[in-house]
Design a protein around this ligand. Structure first.
Ligand code: M6R
Length: 614
């Protein structure tokens, strides 16, 4: 979704850091980009539809060296259209006050139409169709000499969400930033201060950061930052050290971030598990959950909330919680959950799963659950993200920055964390020491098991070559592998644009089987775990309709392999870790199909990495 970068220095030109920051945010998805620079002669605005590279070209053509050197403060933005078409006029920054003020905004101003009408009555003229332009005019209208107060007064009129950065030539050297429901991070560097909606645009400058809280408004100067509430009360926010370095947001020799992230999984899983398996007591140590065994034992029901890939992880969590801990568990799509007046209360445990920790619907579901008195925890990757902070307790994935829009390493870490929670819950309730020990051993072996799947990359690429021309595909899974089938189909459709559907293996014959023919490949998850024989039966039904079947089969299981046209082997595992190991083969399959079809893998059309609007 939209991205914000701000840069403030006494002597370093802002243009290059701003454009480089936007490049770091490209993965979030966008359709236009822009920069505003504060110069002694006024504010200079440059905008372009399309890629940041186009904006960079424009800046190189239009901004002379001398002028560039004078512009040491600026703001920049990548826009993902919500209100108004993706055009240059609608791109941010938006200006007001006769071009003296420029503003960038993430989020949505819900009452923008009413505000716009009031401002028009006061003589403000609008050029764009965006909700953001009202913010620029509002700040200008309230500016009576103190920039920060003007921004605060303007924001008090706003209903909706925002992360903003504003500059004005009436207040040289000063940038004001604020947030409500849309993340904003400030990096404290040597002689420069950087602002961004995402920490990945900051780590090239500094790893010392401040995460603003909702309702914070801050004055940013080259020397640092002063933070206030909207009522002008000073507040102090902790300076934190980011774990990631600049290198971890680079491609590291891989053709795409997605491939890099798929191959990182043995390492990311090692990081997810590190220090969390208690082999003596055959359980998991998850101190962030902050739940004593007695409290764990009294949970009546779990609700696992998420969207997209994170929802699929939650669906796998249902099987894990119910089979290991006997806790009735419902996975819930966050938007459906938040709007259905959910029945949830003090005996229930709501677990929000979100890679970014910023997904609007998941955040709203967290707030709904807290409001109804449920115990709420979060499983997030991004440290300090809004969901992680609002839930207050939870488990971080430690999977490192996930840049590719298509989530891969986050999924395997999410399911691993859910398996560790299920182990902990199970041991607090009824899981035997022996069973706990064997789950601990399997989880500890996960990095090696996943590495074995990665060794099959060449075989998977060959299978992908055979089917990359298909227009439709089906992915079949049963039991705990059903969410993996959904995830395999999601990966396929989002990056290769092949229409792909995930089904419970037994459900196919209740309708979708009508679509099967020689041109519709079926990917069947035939791991040798309970239920396999039934899925083999479903594969036979597909073959009888001439659909070619790609089987994901346990190494050495030649009887299952014999039913398939093509086979990808995965190592033998129990059902508990089967989704984690198996999905890696599906991620690679989708990747190779997309590559062979010439798709833009890391930034698929219409998609955004972090969906911060409803
Ligand atoms: O950051 P989150 O995990 O909350 O994001 C949820 C979904 O938007 C995300 O998983 C999406 O489905 C991915 N593009 C899947 O690859």
């Amino acid at each position: 979704m939209c991205g914000i970068v701000g840069f403030s220095s006494l002597d370093r030109p802002a243009c290059v850091p701003l454009v480089n920051g936007l490049r770091r945010l490209e993965y979030r998805g966008y359709d236009s980009a822009g920069v505003a620079l504060e110069s002694p002669d006024g504010i200079k605005v440059f905008k372009k539809t399309g890629k940041v590279a186009e904006l960079d070209k424009l800046l190189k053509e239009r901004l002379g060296d001398e002028e560039n050197a004078k512009c040491t403060i600026g703001i920049a933005h990548t826009r993902w259209a919500t209100h108004g078409l993706p055009t240059e006029v609608n791109a941010h920054p938006h200006v007001a006050d006769g071009g003296r003020l420029a503003l960038v905004h993430n989020g949505i101003v819900e009452n923008y139409a009413a505000l716009r009408a009031q401002l028009e009555k006061k003589g403000c003229s609008f050029v764009s169709q965006t909700d953001t332009e009202v913010l620029a005019h509002l700040v200008a209208v309230f500016d009576r000499g103190d920039f920060l107060s003007a921004v605060s007064r303007a924001l008090k009129k706003v209903e909706g969400t925002y992360g903003i950065a504003v500059i004005s030539t009436r207040h040289p050297g000063e940038m004001v930033v604020a947030r409500k429901g849309s993340s904003l991070v400030i990096g404290i560097g040597e002689g420069s201060t950087v602002v961004a909606s995402d920490v990945s645009a900051i780590v090239a400058h500094t790893r010392q950061v401040i995460y603003l809280k909702d309702g914070d408004v801050a004055r940013v100067t080259p020397g640092g930052v002063d933070i206030y509430t909207l009522d002008n009360v000073p507040v102090s926010r902790e300076v934190q050290e980011v774990e990631w370095d600049a290198e971890s947001v680079e491609k590291g020799g891989y053709e795409h971030f997605m491939l890099k992230e798929i191959f990182e999984q043995p390492e990311t899983l090692r990081n997810t598990i590190r220090g969390r398996l208690d082999k003596v007591n055959c359980t998991a140590i998850l101190s962030g959950l902050n739940l004593p065994p007695r409290e764990l034992a009294s949970i009546r029901r779990a609700v696992i909330i998420g969207c997209g890939t994170s929802l699929h992880a939650g669906m796998a969590g249902k099987y894990l919680f119910e089979s290991l801990a006997d806790i009735p568990t419902s996975p819930e799509q966050a938007a459906e959950f938040r709007y259905c007046n959910p029945i949830i209360g003090p005996d229930d445990w709501a677990i929000a799963v979100s890679q970014s920790g910023e997904t609007a619907d998941t955040l709203a579901a967290v707030r709904e659950s807290i409001g109804k008195g449920a115990l709420v925890s979060a499983i997030c990757n991004v440290v300090g993200s809004t969901i992680a902070r609002e839930a207050g307790r939870g488990v971080y994935l430690h999977a490192g920055p996930e840049i590719s829009v298509a989530s891969t390493k986050a999924f395997t870490s999410q399911v691993t964390v859910l398996a560790m929670i299920a182990l902990k819950l199970g041991r607090a309730r009824r899981l035997s020491r022996e069973d706990g020990a064997s789950i601990c051993a399997e989880l500890a072996a996960l990095p090696d098991l996943v590495a074995k799947v990665l060794e099959r990359n060449g075989d998977i690429a060959k299978v992908a070559e055979k089917y990359s021309g298909a227009s439709d595909m089906f992915f079949l899974g049963r039991g705990i592998l059903y969410p993996t089938a959904l995830e395999g189909a999601l990966k396929m459709k989002e990056i290769s644009y092949v229409h792909a559907e995930g089904y419970q293996a037994a459900e196919l014959k209740h309708g979708p089987i009508a679509l099967l023919c020689e041109e519709t490949p079926v990917v069947a998850l035939l791991n040798d775990i309970p239920g396999k024989e039934k899925t083999v039966g479903n594969v036979q039904e597909c073959r009888a309709r001439k659909a070619p079947v790609v089987g994901i089969v346990t190494e050495g299981d030649e009887s299952a392999a014999a039913h398939c046209n093509d086979v990808v082997y995965v190592p033998r595992t129990s059902a508990v870790v089967a989704p984690i190991v198996t999905v890696v083969a599906l991620q690679l399959f989708a990747y190779h199909v997309a590559r062979l079809r010439g798709c833009e893998i890391d930034q698929p059309r219409n998609l955004a990495k972090s969906v911060t609007v409803e």
